[in-house]
Design a protein. Structure first.
Length: 162
């Protein structure tokens, strides 16, 4: 019986990379080296995330940030963020800053387009004229529209002048 259980445990250990050991004892009234034994196999703790297994203490990158496998199938992640004008953004997240599109690059680095946002309290100003929200106008060969944010957003056509 012991040989069978030991072989079974070896098989389980080979599959699961766990450890097996046997405990001899007076389980049926006998207490000799060939008497009944209990074979115990333990599995190493693991976490599963996005289809992969990780051992306890192992760290790995994730869309949630830098993560670590903890006991009881727990995953703890430290999400990296960027701070910009009092708001927090996740790495890879894009957001608007006036009429410019920005993205959080990591290490608290924010990259934004460098459009000139023409703003006033009541509309958009261009060439000494105020345009109402929703109104459009031409700036060189580009069309600009005054948006509800009081910022003008313009097309980005390269203009060729004679």
């Amino acid at each position: 019986m012991l040989a069978y259980l030991s072989a079974f445990c070896f098989f389980v250990a080979a599959i699961s990379t766990g450890d097996c050991y046997s405990i001899a004892g007076p389980f049926s009234g006998k207490n000799d080296s060939l008497g009944p034994h209990i074979v115990i196999c333990t599995l190493p703790p693991e976490c599963y995330h996005e289809g992969r297994a990780y051992h306890v203490g192992e760290t790995f990158p994730s869309y949630m940030g830098e993560c670590m496998c903890t006991w009881y199938d727990g995953i703890e992640c430290k999400m990296e963020v960027c701070e910009h004008k009092g708001a927090s953004y996740r790495v890879g997240q894009t957001f608007m800053d006036d009429c410019n599109e920005c993205s959080c690059e990591g290490n608290n680095v924010v990259r934004c387009t460098k459009k000139i946002c023409l703003t006033t309290d009541t509309g958009c100003a261009y060439n000494n004229k105020i345009y109402k929200i929703g109104e459009s106008y031409m700036k060189d060969c580009n069309t600009c529209i005054c948006e509800a944010t009081n910022a003008a957003v313009c097309t980005g056509i390269f203009c060729i002048f004679d």
